[in-house]
Design a binder for this molecule. Structure first.
Ligand SMILES: Cc1cc2nc3c(=O)[nH]c(=O)nc-3n(C[C@H](O)[C@H](O)[C@H](O)COP(=O)(O)O)c2cc1C
Length: 156
């Protein structure tokens, strides 16, 4: 089974966790590939909306969307990505990083917004992970979070 990790990351946090998820998948003998979302703008900013290349979702069996939170919502570029509903069909998992220490401060509302645009619906309990960057136990959150997510993905 091959898994594509579709990643938007402006300052590197989400990319770091996506790489950790990739390592964990490798431990479970699952092949994965990081697929960064790029913009046509000269620089990627929170205002970027225009996607450079639409991700080709025919290559991998499943996809995990990895994104930061911007203003309690998915970044504008992720919202553009999700507008093309054919893009959501094989997305089974969500990895969200945000700054604040509580899920209700952006993580949950971002997941909810993405779920609203996803068809078929995502299984929130088994396939979503929120990393709270400001919490003291960041490393622990990442280690245990990617382990659980990778293990659940391996059972697909
Ligand atoms: C424009 C903007 C809005 C943000 N809004 C939120 C927010 O509502 N809640 C939150 O917890 N973090 C918020 N953040 C922080 C990012 O979600 C967080 O730092 C994330 O881990 C960054 O990931 P990245 O380095 O992959 O871009 C915001 C960051 C930016 C740039």
């Amino acid at each position: 089974m091959k898994i594509g990790l579709i990643v938007l990351s402006l300052t590197g946090n989400t990319m770091k966790v996506a790489h950790r998820l990739q390592e964990e998948l490798k431990h479970l003998s699952l092949e994965s590939e990081i697929l960064p979302i790029e913009t046509t703008d000269e620089f990627l900013t929170p205002e970027s909306t225009s996607i450079k290349h639409q991700v080709d979702l025919s290559i991998h069996d499943y996809y995990v969307l990895c994104t930061p939170v911007h203003g309690f919502l998915p970044p504008k570029l992720i919202q553009s990505f999700l507008k093309d509903t054919s893009q959501t069909k094989k997305i089974v998992g969500l990895l969200v990083t945000h700054y604040f220490p509580f899920a209700w401060m952006g993580g949950l509302s971002t997941i909810k917004a993405i779920q609203k645009q996803s068809e078929p619906p995502l299984n929130k309990d088994r396939f979503t992970l929120i990393i709270h960057w400001k919490r003291k136990n960041l490393e622990e959150q990442i280690t245990s979070g990617v382990r659980i997510l990778a293990s659940n993905l391996s059972q697909l």
